[in-house]
Structure formats: structure tokens, C-alpha cells
Ligand binder design. Structure first.
Ligand code: ADP
Ligand code: MG
Length: 392
């Protein structure tokens, strides 16, 4: 699938669907969650990086009032009349992402007096925890904006994508996805403080790359497991407020307070809280280690993060543990951890430049001997954020 998501491929796909040339092209990268697991909705810090796998959107105006969305991943094109924002269902449900973007942009003042064609190509696996949804939203927002003479700022793009995902689609994702997709910078990590919604770019020293292994596992109960983790964190905060009434967010609790919870507190509640409080600390330590160039410490923090997901937050699974275990023993790997919500999805590793296809194959072989299938390997550079690209 790599190399299929070029601007030229998007322009070709647009022409093959709509029989004309596109007027606007935009590209948006995927992202990894580098460190900061389930800290976002607990008011904590999280760090991510944009990776060089992309969604590319090609767009153009129509002479009628139809709005059409096509993706190379979908055999059918989705149609709506201008101003009709009823959601799609079934095989066309993916089109709710660009439809949501169009709806949010319209609500924010975009004036559309003619119809729209949109065509999407991508080399970013969907549903692997690399935020293809945010990349799709942001690429669509940029391309749609240009067709109607609008050029949303970076801040607007993040807000449009988040509003579409949270309100139009009803998905409770945190601020990491769209922020990294838009603000990512080559060889930099993006640190986000989810309490103050502030952001900082910190350079990643040296010639490091990101190896991503997509397990392809998606837990059927993932939504209810997320909801359970949310509830456990909320319960921990409620109990801690009995001891510390001014506590605003779970991440601000001093860890020793967990030893003074009521005796009948379910053990899982204290375990989830311990993970979140420590993980919040690890994000700050990662930022300091980057500043001082202490790469072995960063490797240790990544390993600790995964171990904490496995034992305290219990959002790993055997497949992710196998991948993280193999990677964390590999001499060309600084550290590896599950990236994203967990219960399946991907493991990411910070690797030296020497780590390549042969190393990845050996890891996939070991994985296959234990679990049967083979993980998908993505060898990524840390790249810049979304933007328009030339139609030539
Ligand atoms: P993630 O964002 O981690 O990849 P999500 O479940 O949030 O996972 O988003 C995946 C969804 O985004 C897909 O199910 C699909 O609806 C949509 N999507 C992503 N990429 C594409 C694409 N290239 N074409 C059409 N839809 C896409
Ligand atoms: Mg997503």
C-alpha cells in the first residue's frame, strides 16, 4: 500500500471517478501516540508524532448542487444534496467523516453555492491506532476549504476536525489526533497539555525512526472496555477528592494518596489511577530527557509505559505484549510500547536508523510462530503536519 498515497495518485483517482481535473489537493499525516497512555481525559500530558503515512484528498467544484465523496477504499461513491447533512450508514459510513467536516465548516460560516467532488487515497491503515480518521478529516477540511475559497488556519483545522469527530460522529477522541496531524513537525515530538490545551514541539535528536507493528487485532468489546476505564478513572478521582478536596484532575493526585483509599475500593480503581499518575510523570520525564539528549532514559520510559499498560491499566493483549517484548529485547530498538487506546491496534518502537526490513521480518516470524498471523510493518520517519499540495 506504501507509495499509493501521492498527490498524483489522488489526482488520478479523482479523474477516474469524476472525469475531470481536481482543483485542490491536500495531504495529512497519521500519528503515533509516543507516550502518555489514557492521560488525555484525565487532564494530563501526552506526546505524539506525525509519521510519513498520509491521507490525500483531491477536490473540485461541480456545476450542480450534488456533494460526492469517493475513497479508493470504498467501491461506491457517497452522494448528498448541498445542505443535506443526514448521516450515511453501512458501507458508506466512512463518508460521515468528510460529510461531518463539510457540516462543521458550513456551521462556521463556509458559504457553498455550488456542489463538490471529493476523492480520497491513503496509505495509512484505518483502525490501527494511527489516527487515519483525523488525517481524513484534516485533509478533507483543507481540500474543501480551497474549493470554496477558504484557507482555515492550523487552529481552525484542529477545531473543525475535533468538532466533526466528537459532535457530528459522536466519537469521544482526545485532543492528540488532530493536533499532531496539523502541528506535527519533521523530527519533532508534539507535547500536549490536555488540561490547558497548550502545545510544545520538542526536537527528537539523532537519526531515529519509528517502527510500527500493526497487530490487526481489534477487540470486539473495545468501546465498553474504554468506557469501563473512563469510569474507573472517574471513580478514583471521586475517592481521592475525599482526601484532597481541591483535586482537579486525576493526574494531579500524589501517588501515596492511593495507599489511603477506603478499604473497600476495588483494586482495579487504584491500579488504573496509579498507571495514569505515573504515565503523566513519564511524559514530563520524556520531555526533559529529550532536552538533555538522554536517549537511554527515553527507551526506559517507553518500556515502563508498556509494562504499566500490561499490569496496571490492563489495556494490552497477548499480541501487543509479544511485539513489545520482542522489540524491547532488540539491540536496534531504544524502546517500544503499545500506542493508542490498547486492547489491540499497534505497537510503536523508537529505533536506530539501522533497523530495517530484515529485523522487522525476524520479529514478524517470531510473532507468527506464537499467534498465527503476521503483523503489518510500517517503517516511518517523523514528518511535518498537514497542508495543501500542488495539483501539478
Ligand atoms: P484510526 O483513526 O485509529 O485509524 P478510527 O476508527 O478512528 O481508527 O478511524 C477509522 C475510520 O476512518 C475507518 O473506519 C473509516 O471510516 C475512516 N477512514 C480512514 N481512512 C479512510 C480512507 N482512506 N477512506 C475512507 N475512510 C477512511
Ligand atoms: Mg481515529
Amino acid at each position: 500500500m506504501k507509495d499509493s498515497a501521492t498527490p498524483g495518485a489522488a489526482a488520478d483517482f479523482y479523474r477516474s471517478i469524476y472525469g475531470s481535473e481536481c482543483e485542490a489537493l491536500a495531504r495529512a499525516p497519521g500519528r503515533i501516540e509516543f507516550i502518555g497512555n489514557h492521560t488525555d481525559y484525565n487532564g494530563g500530558r501526552v506526546a505524539g508524532a506525525a509519521v510519513d503515512r498520509f491521507v490525500v484528498a483531491a477536490a473540485g467544484r461541480r456545476s450542480d448542487r450534488a456533494v460526492c465523496f469517493a475513497s479508493a477504499l470504498s467501491p461506491e461513491t457517497a452522494f448528498r444534496e448541498l445542505g443535506d447533512f443526514r448521516k450515511f450508514s453501512g458501507a458508506l459510513a466512512w463518508a460521515n467523516y468528510p460529510l461531518g467536516i463539510f457540516s462543521v465548516m458550513t456551521a462556521r460560516g463556509l458559504h457553498a453555492s455550488y456542489g463538490l467532488n471529493l476523492a480520497i487515497v491513503s496509505d495509512l491503515p484505518a483502525g490501527a491506532g494511527l489516527s487515519s480518521s483525523a488525517a481524513l478529516e484534516v485533509a478533507a477540511a483543507l481540500a474543501i476549504g480551497r474549493v470554496y475559497g477558504e484557507n482555515p488556519s492550523a487552529t481552525d483545522l484542529v477545531a473543525i476536525g475535533r468538532t466533526a469527530e466528537n459532535r457530528f460522529l459522536g466519537l469521544p477522541s482526545g485532543p492528540l489526533d488532530q493536533s499532531v496531524c496539523v502541528h506535527g513537525r519533521e523530527n519533532h515530538l508534539v507535547f500536549i497539555d490536555c488540561k490547558h490545551l497548550s502545545m510544545e514541539l520538542v526536537p527528537l535528536p539523532g537519526p531515529y525512526r519509528i517502527a510500527i507493528f500493526n497487530s490487526g487485532i481489534s477487540h470486539s468489546l473495545v468501546d465498553s472496555l474504554y468506557a469501563q476505564r473512563h469510569n474507573e478513572c472517574a471513580e478514583a478521582l471521586r475517592l481521592l477528592r475525599v482526601i484532597h478536596p481541591d483535586l482537579e484532575n486525576l493526574v494531579d493526585a500524589p501517588e501515596p494518596a492511593l495507599d489511603h483509599l477506603p478499604a473497600d475500593t476495588p483494586p482495579a480503581v487504584a491500579m488504573r489511577a496509579r498507571h495514569v499518575i505515573r504515565e503523566h510523570g513519564r511524559v514530563a520525564e520524556t520531555r526533559e530527557a529529550l532536552r538533555s539528549g538522554d536517549m537511554p532514559l527515553i527507551g526506559r520510559l517507553l518500556r515502563e509505559s508498556h509494562a504499566s499498560s500490561r499490569t496496571l491499566f490492563e489495556n494490552s493483549c497477548p499480541e501487543l505484549d509479544t511485539l513489545a517484548g520482542l522489540l524491547n529485547e532488540h539491540p536496534k530498538v531504544l524502546g517500544a510500547r503499545l500506542s493508542g487506546g490498547g486492547f489491540g491496534g499497534s505497537v510503536m518502537a523508537l529505533v536506530s536508523r539501522e533497523f530495517g526490513e530484515t529485523d522487522a521480518r525476524a520479529i514478524a516470524d517470531c510473532y507468527e510462530s506464537v499467534h498465527g498471523g503476521r503483523p503489518e510493518f510500517l517503517h516511518c520517519a517523523v514528518t511535518g503536519g498537514a497542508g495543501p499540495v500542488s495539483t501539478r
